[in-house]
Design a protein around this ligand. Structure first.
Ligand SMILES: Nc1ncnc2c1ncn2[C@@H]1O[C@H](COP(=O)(O)OP(=O)(O)O)[C@@H](O)[C@H]1O
Ligand SMILES: [Mg+2]
Length: 305
């Protein structure tokens, strides 16, 4: 598909990108390949930075910079721009897989108003498949229960805990039911890298390691933005056949303000009908595509970017 659209693709080794050295992971990318997009599994921001540097050393240029990746990939990176359009959130940075103590949790809960339901995740992912155990907090005022959910979340994330613990106020979205079992469905992104070549050529680098992804409770739309334009609007990968028609008026201005070239926004409609909310922002390179969606327009836009 990439080639048919006038691009090129090159493979990178995802396992080596994670473990290092990044130079080794990109050795099959030709020298002086010019502008490149990545397409593949999520990378921790620090690993993406190594990856970008290794490509630069070979004369390649990831069109999403390492700082730009971190901004879209991690909640604290995009939250300030989207504040008010996304559930109120606060976070506790951590140095590895250690749960925050009761005082830190109490302060975080207080920053969210101190009562009402909430969601636990890290800077990047939740454990939505372990909804009651490690994701959903019925009542922030019950600090012992908050502590249990957060501890279990940190334990399950283990060494994959990204950045720290995030607490978000729970909002009722269409399609959600707080009393129901956790969300169903699982999916994963494809592995690889895309690159736009210097002389109009574009490359995709394919990696082939898997990472479990997740399912969602709310009915969500995933919007793919390139240079502030919505180039693809579709269902969330967890419900690929769901029809969605989000109102993008407000989100468009926020995405432009964020200033990242290629991002996704997951949008959910509030259950009370008061409009669309941003559930999360992501880097477009690592966001999962719904099965069966026609991504040729998106690919063509990326190649032309
Ligand atoms: N603040 C919230 N209020 C209500 N539901 C939420 C909230 N945050 C997340 N969810 C639900 O949990 C799911 C997972 O959360 P999300 O932030 O998208 O994490 P992940 O990165 O694991 O997909 C969402 O798809 C949504 O259904
Ligand atoms: Mg999500």
């Amino acid at each position: 598909m990439v080639r048919e659209l006038g691009g090129e693709h090159h493979l990178v080794d995802h396992d080596v990108l994670l473990a290092g050295p990044a130079e080794e992971a990109v050795r099959r990318v030709p020298r002086d390949s010019g502008p490149l997009w990545y397409r593949g599994w999520m990378l921790p921001s620090a690993r993406y930075a190594d990856f970008a540097a290794a490509l630069t050393a070979r004369g390649g240029n990831l069109l999403t910079s390492a700082p730009g990746y971190a901004v879209a990939h991690e909640l604290p990176g995009w939250y300030d721009v989207f504040e008010g359009a996304t559930p109120a959130s606060t976070w506790i940075p951590s140095d590895g897989p250690v749960a925050p103590g009761p005082e830190e949790l109490a302060e975080a809960a207080a920053r969210l108003g101190g009562h009402g339901p909430a969601i636990v995740k890290d800077y990047v992912k939740s454990r939505k498949h372990e909804w009651h155990e490690a994701c959903y907090v019925p009542e922030l005022a019950d600090l012992a229960a908050v502590g249990r959910v957060v501890e279990r979340f940190v334990e399950l994330q283990g060494e994959f805990l990204a950045g720290g613990v995030v607490l978000r106020r729970y909002e009722e979205f269409e399609g959600t039911d707080a009393s129901a079992e956790g969300p169903a469905g699982a999916s994963g992104a494809a592995g690889g890298t895309v690159g736009a070549g210097a002389n109009g050529g574009t490359g995709v680098v394919r990696a082939d390691s898997g990472a479990p992804d997740a399912g969602g409770r709310a009915v969500e739309a995933r919007v793919w933005w390139l240079d502030g334009r919505p180039v693809l609007v579709g269902p969330h990968p967890d419900a690929p056949r769901q029809a969605v028609e989000p109102d993008l008026t407000d989100v468009r201005a926020l995405v432009r303000r964020l200033g990242c070239r290629f991002v996704t926004t997951d949008l959910a409609s509030r259950a009370d009908g008061s409009g669309w909310r941003v559930v999360e922002v992501g880097d477009g390179q690592v966001s999962d595509l719904p099965r069966g969606i026609d991504a040729s327009g998106l690919l063509a836009s990326l190649i032309a970017a």
